[in-house]
Design a binder for this molecule. Structure first.
Ligand SMILES: NC(=O)c1ccc[n+]([C@@H]2O[C@H](COP(=O)([O-])OP(=O)(O)OC[C@H]3O[C@@H](n4cnc5c(N)ncnc54)[C@H](OP(=O)(O)O)[C@@H]3O)[C@@H](O)[C@H]2O)c1
Length: 233
């Protein structure tokens, strides 16, 4: 993908999202970094050493419909379109729970952020992409949401990511035009969520997301990938 695009990253104030914002700007794209806490998001933006002219900021809580509407209107006023949406925001890798004893309030909150958040975002931005005839959507998922080989543990997280994978398939089948929607697992990444023992840096985790966000026309649609390679649902 050669010409510059307008990209929005959710949950970009730290971890993989911040690195995706940095890498997309380094490729010359206009990047909107968003976060639910404005102060943290602006500090994160300021921490990026290069390409500040390609970076902008707007508040966004993906679980808040009014917040989604506000950023949509701001992007339309500012840029007139959105080309790339990275649904990165995610919560609650609940390794301390099992389905048998999970706190269901916490499960609701997890599904709200990890499934309904991206769904809100897709409903807001896919019509704009469709009318513009171009779009790339990356739903940042997890191998923990793969049904193949799924065992017990991480109930809220795994169920939310499995549902996000299904959403990816549904939306990919429904859109028309040069719009590619894929789910990507970044691998086990050293972030607040992944912990310090994780095997991958944020740069390694972000690279497969960048790949899916910058696919050329005719690239895969409705798939599940890690490092640009298909993985089992
Ligand atoms: N790290 C891993 O090993 C790993 C593995 C597989 C998949 N993933 C996925 O990769 C994505 C990024 O994870 P990460 O490791 O970078 O996690 P992280 O460091 O915990 O960052 C998560 C980000 O999501 C934001 N967020 C949470 N709820 C939000 C909401 N309602 N609206 C907007 N932003 C929200 C957080 O904002 P606050 O700072 O305000 O909380 C934070 O910026 C997630 O979807 C995660 O499930 C991670």
């Amino acid at each position: 993908m050669s010409n510059p695009k307008i990209a929005l990253i959710t949950g970009a104030n730290r971890g993989i999202g911040l690195e995706v914002a940095r890498q997309l700007a380094a490729l010359g794209h206009q990047v909107i970094l968003s976060s639910r806490d404005e102060e943290k998001g602006r500090a994160a933006l300021a921490s990026i050493q290069q390409n500040q002219d390609l970076l902008s900021y707007h508040q966004l809580d993906v679980t808040d419909a009014e917040s989604v509407e506000r950023i949509k209107n701001w992007i339309l006023n500012q840029y007139g379109r959105l080309d790339i949406l990275v649904n990165n925001a995610g919560v609650n890798y609940d390794t301390w729970h099992q389905a048998l004893n999970a706190n269901l309030v916490e499960c609701h909150e997890t599904i709200e952020a990890n499934l309904f958040g991206p769904w809100n975002m897709c409903q807001a931005f896919l019509p704009i992409m469709q009318s513009n005839g171009f779009g790339r959507v990356v739903n940042v998922s997890s191998g923990a949401g793969a049904l193949t080989g799924m065992g017990g543990g991480t109930p809220a997280y795994s169920i939310s990511k499995a549902a996000l994978n299904v959403l990816t398939i549904k939306l990919a089948a429904e859109v028309r035009g040069d719009i590619l929607i894929n789910a990507v697992c970044p691998g086990w990444v050293r972030t607040d969520m992944g912990g310090s023992a994780a095997t991958r840096s944020v740069a390694e985790g972000a690279s497969g997301i960048i790949w899916a966000a910058t696919l050329n026309a005719g690239g895969p649609n409705g798939g599940f990938f890690r490092d640009g390679r298909r993985i089992d649902w």
